[in-house]
Design a protein. Sequence first.
Length: 282
Amino acid sequence: MPNLRELLHFYAEAGVDTPLEDVPVDRFAAVEPARAPAQTSAPAVATRAPAPQAERPQDASPNAAPASPALNKTSVPDDTKIAMARQLASSASTLEELRTQLAAFDGCNLKFTAKNLVFADGNPNAPIMFVGEAPGREEDLEGVPFIGRSGQLLDRMLAAIGLDRTGVYIANTIPWRPPGNRTPTPLETEICRPFFERQIELANPKLLVALGGPSAKALTHATEGILRLRGNWKVHRTVSGIEIPVMPTLHPAYLLRNSAQKRFAWRDFIAVKMQLRTLTQL
Ligand code: URA
């Protein structure tokens, strides 16, 4: 029998680091009733299968909200989930309403493995909005974007251009942590799209900064990689047709692993500062 510590280490390395339930569930037994009863000594670990609704981890969280009409059923077509997301997002007329709608939305599978909804931080009236990809472990635990190591680097980058969280608004394209920090799938991004687009529309910043390739692509529909995109102004067009300049730049998590690239992010941040100064003096 494998050593339990090694097994857990193996799971963590593979990104399976989120217990869904207090007691282990033998999924093989569920499909093969004739099999022997489930072992109780193995740890309960994350699988891609959504947890039954009554056992969702976030039910105990402050972000828990009444569920939307049975959208978590696997039989619900993806188009229906996207249509429902559009309808809910467009019905929100304030950011608080949008947060409530998002908390009640069951159409994105990521909600069922996340501990908390990670909606936003900073000042929603700020002229500049930073958009990351998806929350990581610390953000998931606290329900606040960019508070882990990459968030601390982001704070230092903001300070370098004379800003802090009182003068910026911060959110992500995906508001729930993907298990094991995996990249969100294109479908997950499309299901969340109506919400982040509405969030931008309601915050109505003069400038957007896309942190990392997935965010830059989601906001601008560009297809190039971030190393090509960064440093060049793009445009985000809101659902109601307003055009907001977007500066794509390198994600702080990438900069933590590739510190030689920080000079490029520094250039991008200088360009952002200059543009912000111009726009706020108009
Ligand atoms: N990375 C992101 O893209 N967003 C966060 O909130 C944290 C890390």
